[in-house]
Design a protein around this ligand. Sequence first.
Ligand SMILES: *[C@@H]1O[C@H](CO)[C@@H](O)[C@H](O)[C@H]1NC(C)=O
Ligand SMILES: *[C@@H]1O[C@H](CO)[C@@H](O)[C@H](O)[C@H]1NC(C)=O
Ligand SMILES: *[C@@H]1O[C@H](CO)[C@@H](O)[C@H](O)[C@H]1NC(C)=O
Length: 405
Amino acid sequence: METCWWVLWWRLLVVLAVADVGLAIDEYSRADFPDGFIFGAGTSAYQVEGAANQDGRSPSVWDTFAHGGFAGGPTGDIAVDQYHKYKEDVQLMAEMGLDAYRFSISWSRLIPDGRGDVNPKGLEYYNNLINELISHGIKPLVSLYNFDHPQVLEDEYGGWVSRKMVEDFRAYAEVCFKVFGDRVSHWTTVNEPNILAHGSYDQGISPPGHCSPPFGAAACVHGNSTTEPYLVLHNILLAHASTVELYRRNYQGKQHGLIGITLYAFGFAPYSNLTEDVEATQRAKAFYLGWAADPLVYGDYPEIMKRNVGSRLPRFTTEESELVKGAFDFLGLIHYMQVSVKDNLSSLSLELRDFNADMGAEIMMALLGFDLIVQFPVRPRALQEILEDFKQLYGNPPIYVLENG
Ligand SMILES: *[C@@H]1O[C@H](CO)[C@@H](O)[C@H](O)[C@H]1NC(C)=O
Ligand SMILES: *[C@@H]1O[C@H](CO)[C@@H](O)[C@H](O)[C@H]1NC(C)=O
Ligand SMILES: *[C@@H]1O[C@H](CO)[C@@H](O)[C@H](O)[C@H]1NC(C)=O
């Protein structure tokens, strides 16, 4: 989860789900996996690049947030300096035997003004990185956006709370397709939009750090926890879908790549076997995963969300619904932990409600506390159950596990 970006700088993105915990890990080898199974690692731009103020890069909302001193956390000014050390890093990846490297492009490095001119140094860096990977037999999987749009767009019109982001995002994506698309086989647009919308616009714990009292884990200056998360996810889905439409129309035929979006999936288990907790668990799946997955597969939000959120949930026009429906060749899946879900339907009687209150359920974990770092509730079977849910609820779409661990 990118909200825990300071925890782990390198993560295995495809990790075996060990069925029997008793078995020692070294009893498995690559031969146990089918041909074509891809082992890789993943990062995001702000986590690893460093060189934040070099060669024409402008600040993104991540820079602003990190420099605002959130939780006294570090900044990505230098990070692991992949911007300067990419050759060394790729060499290490090759020695590790990785098949793929998933990284994200920093929008504000490539297009510092948010739209318009391409920064030649940014272009050169990503070309070098991609070419270095390919020359070592490592497939580049490129994520276009990891919580880090240019601060200039946030200042100009508020970033994702504005529909204007749809056009600017698509134009940025088009530059990436044009200049890198001949070598990129797998694109993902937005990383964890469901977590971004909730974490950044309800809880205020990731950039741009919006929330409003009495909600939110941070003291926020901007935002509206009751409305913005829904608006933001809606705009992200539209930006994603119109980008996919563009890629399919103008690039996919000659570049032969695939495009998708990456969703975050908790494992959810009922807190008890009481019917109300079992039902609350269904609501949690609809709110956390269905919020993005239902529009992508069926063209509309889950019924329970429409009912509970009411007029604060944006509606798709018929055209938008058709645009969003089916707008992926594959889904990227991010899964780290299982949480349990306890009914709290009483929250629906509150006049002022945020995401959790609309869900009418309580997620039983110190989701926002630092305990999370040492108490990551990992349960290997949860990944299996999520994949089963995708099969049952969403027609078994092609899935790449892009982060796990
Ligand atoms: C958030 O938006 C709702 C609906 O427009 C409004 O009633 C509420 O006052 C707003 N809250 C804040 C903190 O601006
Ligand atoms: C629910 O019931 C099942 C089957 O009896 C049991 O295995 C499980 O531990 C129970 N779960 C909880 C949370 O009590
Ligand atoms: C459950 O809902 C009530 C409102 O009815 C709220 O005050 C309380 O904080 C909620 N509990 C949790 C843990 O979210």
